[in-house]
Design a protein around this ligand. Structure first.
Ligand code: SF4
Length: 269
């Protein structure tokens, strides 16, 4: 797998990092279709120079990716955003994962003064008052900690799947995240949930026990509910808000938003 520096042999100092990153993303994406999960994460690690960070919420998808990274002992940093509102079951699978693979998974917690100010302003469950209040909570507990987790990273590995929602329909294996100045790697971009379930069973991967009780997508406890058979996977996230707003801002990619807008327009016509 060519490295970022090897792809375009121009004189040092003349490369446009954005162009290089875009070109590398396209090459990685083109090669991904024929690779299994183990090969995909290994290829990303080999191709991207600099720190690679995998942010895990310990959900099904992240556990499968974590298995591929940890079982190959790849030099990819594993971090989780410990919002302070996670389920106890999530902490349990976090601990089980560390025990299974013998590797610590770093916690990034909200900035103390910002969290105290948030709770002072909106109370313990003030995020239910409005979309803006919820986004403020997500910003303090998730988005700002994510920014710290990714500071200095050259690549970001996520568990996004294209078929999770319309919002994610345009997800590719590798894409340039211009706002963050890194390459985003989505090893499960073309997987179904069933494929991830099968993988976890086949490799005896620890999974969150809440999945067996209808919790398909698991985030903070007060903002996650089980879904009924046939409901969309992410219907249990911020369910009291309008359909289509069930994202917390971690994956706000303008390309995805534009693609989603196109899909919605096509459905209207
Ligand atoms: S998911 Fe809910 S509790 Fe968690 S950060 Fe967002 S609003 Fe706050």
């Amino acid at each position: 797998m060519p490295t970022l520096a090897a792809i375009v042999p121009r004189p040092l100092g003349t490369e446009d990092p954005a162009v290089l990153a875009k070109r590398l993303s396209e090459r990685l994406s083109a090669a991904a279709a024929s690779k299994d999960l183990f090969e995909r994460v290994a290829a990303a690690r080999a191709a991207i120079e600099g720190p690679l960070v995998f942010t895990t919420s310990f959900g099904l998808e992240d556990q499968t990716i974590g298995h591929a990274i940890l079982s190959q002992n790849l030099a990819i940093d594993l971090v989780t955003l410990d919002t302070g509102r996670l389920f106890g079951e999530t902490h349990n699978v976090w601990a089980a994962t560390e025990q299974r693979y013998g590797r610590r998974i770093a916690a990034i917690v909200p900035e103390r003064s910002a969290l105290e100010a948030l709770i002072d302003a909106q109370g313990a469950n003030g995020f239910r008052a409005s979309v803006a209040a919820r986004q403020s909570c997500c910003h303090v507990r998730k988005v700002e900690p994510l920014n710290r987790a990714l500071a200095g990273a050259a690549g970001w590995v996520t568990g996004l799947r294209a078929d999770q929602s319309q919002h994610r329909a345009a997800v590719a294996f590798a894409e340039r995240d211009g706002a963050r100045g890194l390459i985003k790697i989505n090893p499960l971009f073309d997987w179904t949930r069933e494929r991830a379930v099968d993988f976890a069973k086949q490799h005896n991967v620890p999974v969150n026990t809440l999945h067996a009780h209808g919790f398909l997508s698991i985030g903070c406890a007060p903002c996650t509910r089980a879904v009924a058979p046939g409901e969309p996977e992410r219907a249990g996230r911020w369910w009291w808000e309008d359909e289509g707003k069930n994202e917390c801002g971690l994956h706000a990619n303008p390309l995805h938003l534009a693609a989603r807008a196109r899909i919605i327009e096509e459905q209207k016509s």
